[in-house]
Design a protein around this ligand. Structure first.
Ligand SMILES: [Zn+2]
Length: 213
C-alpha cells in the first residue's frame, strides 16, 4: 500500500467567496418562489425554503470532497496485473452551471494500471466528487480523467459520459431524447487504437438509450 500525494492543483474548485448564511439562502428561495408567481407564506410552501437549502447541501456536497485524497490510498500487490480496469455505468447526477437544472446520465471510467491500482469504489466517488458541483459535461469528463491520470499515473485513462440535460429537455429547445456524449482519452487510450477499441467495445451499447432522465 502506498500513499501518493501529487500537487493539489486539481482540487481547486471553489473560489473563497463569502458563504451566505442558511437564513440568507432560504430567503433567496422565497424570492424565487415569488418570482415564479407564488405566495411563499401559504401553508404548502412554508417549509420549502428549508427543504430546498437542505437539498442543495446534498446536490453540491462535491465541493467539500477532495478527489485527489479519495485516490490517495493505492495497492501495489497486484501480481503483475496490467490489463485494463473498467468501471462502467456509474450513475451521474450533476447540475448544469448555466441553468442550475439536473444533468442525469452515466459514466464509464477505465485505466491501464502501471504499478498501482485503487479500490474500485473510489473511481465512483471521484465521479461524484466532481459531479456534485455546478458543471458542464465537458469539464466534468476532463476533471475525472485528469485526476485519475495525475494521482494513479497509469499507462492510460479513458472517461466517457453519456447524459441527458434537463436544460435541453424541459426548457429551451425541448428535446428530451437527446443525450450528450463526451470522452477524454489519455495515454494508451489516446495513442493506441487497439486499446481504445477494446475500451469502446467494453462499454458499447447494452442499453437502448444511453442515459435515463
Ligand atoms: Zn444548461
Amino acid at each position: 500500500m502506498n500513499i501518493h500525494t501529487p500537487a493539489a492543483k486539481l482540487t481547486k474548485a471553489q473560489p473563497d467567496a463569502e458563504k451566505p448564511s442558511r437564513a440568507e439562502a432560504e430567503a433567496a428561495v422565497r424570492t424565487l418562489l415569488m418570482w415564479a408567481g407564488e405566495d411563499p407564506e401559504r401553508e404548502g410552501l412554508l417549509d420549502t425554503p428549508a427543504r430546498v437549502v437542505r437539498s442543495y447541501e446534498e446536490f453540491f456536497n462535491g465541493y467539500a470532497e477532495d478527489p485527489i485524497a479519495l485516490l490517495a490510498r493505492t495497492f501495489e500487490e497486484i501480481d503483475g496485473y496490467d490489463e485494463m480496469v473498467v468501471l462502467r455505468d456509474i450513475r451521474v447526477e450533476s447540475h448544469c452551471e448555466h441553468h442550475m437544472v439536473p444533468i442525469i446520465g452515466r459514466a464509464h471510467v477505465a485505466y491501464l494500471p502501471d504499478v498501482r491500482v485503487v479500490g474500485i469504489s473510489k473511481l465512483a466517488r471521484v465521479v461524484d466528487a466532481y459531479a456534485h458541483r455546478f458543471q458542464i459535461q465537458e469539464k466534468l469528463t476532463a476533471q475525472i480523467a485528469n485526476t485519475i491520470n495525475e494521482v494513479l499515473q497509469p499507462r492510460g485513462v479513458a472517461v466517457v459520459i453519456e447524459a441527458n440535460h434537463q436544460c435541453m429537455s424541459t426548457r429551451g429547445v425541448h428535446k428530451p431524447g437527446a443525450s450528450m456524449v463526451t470522452s477524454r482519452m489519455l495515454g494508451a487510450f489516446r495513442d493506441d487504437p487497439s486499446t481504445r477499441r477494446e475500451f469502446l467495445a467494453m462499454i458499447a451499447h447494452r442499453h437502448p438509450s444511453g442515459a435515463e432522465g
